[in-house]
Design a protein around this ligand. Structure first.
Ligand code: SF4
Length: 336
């Protein structure tokens, strides 16, 4: 279900803009819906009140908790079942964050990612994306939402932007606390500046070598890393939020001194931060994370060359490793 469709249905049930806003805020923020306001003209229309139980039941069925897997770092991976039985993963992050999925599967086919191995199964509707936040809020407060779960948000742009619009308005989230994560796509740089809610941007770079990037991220748009950085920098300056570059560290692949020198050349003086994320091993995929000493050395070297650098672990890495593994295991079990 798309949020636009939900808005149309509310209007067809007699909702005025104020009613629509109250209904969507109550849903997205898990507040109880005041059906009777102090002023008679603020009462929800009778047709809408009559339809409420069915509508709320339908929304609750968009994303149901199949299982929860707490990690040692305070995160929790959630296996989420959609209304048609498909499954995606969301991750509750330490400090009130939530990572949501935007697609079932993913077409980018990154060589090191479990989600990418199955290809794209279907898009998530914008209401299904918001429903993951509603589900997360049933378990913990959620003050930050990152679009870094299963899927490439740029490949489901209309739905993701609709969800961002609702979360940053009726959903009560600060715009800078919504993080759109992408491998880089011209449509993202064209559309994000136009929205009334402008999210922060995370860009998965992974290498400064265009040929290597084409091999690691085979279906990502062919945009030279230097051009990607320029496009992202324009957005960062326009919004006032630094770009968070994501770099999955793969031993012997993208952890060389030459890469560090190239990152420094690209990002020095930019409104940016580099997040180094040591790889989580995935059964059947032939990549490894560099040693802790090498990871530390890379981060220190980049920091010394003037680029703000953070070391990050993907949340809940002690729970079925990286993105897509919980779902993959659940699907396998269901087939057995
Ligand atoms: Fe898709 Fe992200 Fe996995 Fe790449 S890393 S295949 S973009 S889900």
């Amino acid at each position: 279900m798309r949020i636009e469709e939900l808005r149309r249905r509310l209007r067809a049930l007699g909702a005025k803009p104020g009613h629509e806003h109250r209904f969507l805020s109550a849903w997205a923020q898990r507040r109880s819906l005041d059906k009777r306001h102090s002023r008679a003209e603020d009462y929800l229309p009778l047709a809408l009140r009559d339809a409420l139980p069915g509508l709320l039941g339908e929304l609750a069925g968009l994303a149901r908790l199949k299982s929860e897997h707490p990690g040692a770092d305070g995160s929790a991976r959630l296996l989420v079942e959609l209304a048609d039985g498909q499954m995606v993963e969301s991750v509750l992050l330490p400090r009130d964050g939530l990572c949501v999925s935007s697609q079932v599967g993913c077409a980018v086919a990154c060589r090191f990612c479990m989600t990418g191995q199955a290809g794209l199964l279907r898009q998530l509707g914008s209401a299904e994306i918001v429903a993951q936040v509603v589900l997360g809020r049933a378990l913990r407060p959620v003050r930050k939402v990152v679009f870094m779960g299963m899927g490439e948000p740029a490949h489901n742009l209309d739905n993701v932007l609709e969800a961002i619009d609702l979360l940053g308005s009726e959903g009560g989230l600060a715009h800078k606390n919504l993080v759109f994560s992408t491998v880089g796509d011209r449509r993202v740089f064209e559309r994000l500046p136009l929205g009334r809610v402008k999210p922060a941007l995370a860009l998965s770079l992974h290498t400064t070598d265009a040929d290597l990037r084409a091999r690691l991220l085979p279906k990502a748009p062919r945009i030279e890393p230097a051009e990607l950085v320029e496009l992202a920098e324009t957005y960062a300056r326009a919004t006032g939020y630094p770009i968070q570059y994501q770099w999955t560290l793969l031993e012997g692949v993208n952890d060389s001194d030459r890469e560090v020198a190239n990152i420094a050349r690209l990002l020095k003086g930019k409104y940016a931060m580099m997040n180094f994320i040591p790889y989580n091993s995935v059964d059947g995929l032939d990549f490894r994370r560099p040693s802790p000493a090498r990871v530390e050395a890379l981060a220190r070297a980049l920091q010394r060359q003037g680029v703000l650098t953070k070391l990050r672990d993907s949340a809940g890495q002690d729970v079925e490793g990286g993105c897509g593994q919980l779902r993959a295991r659940a699907v396998t079990l269901r087939r057995q």
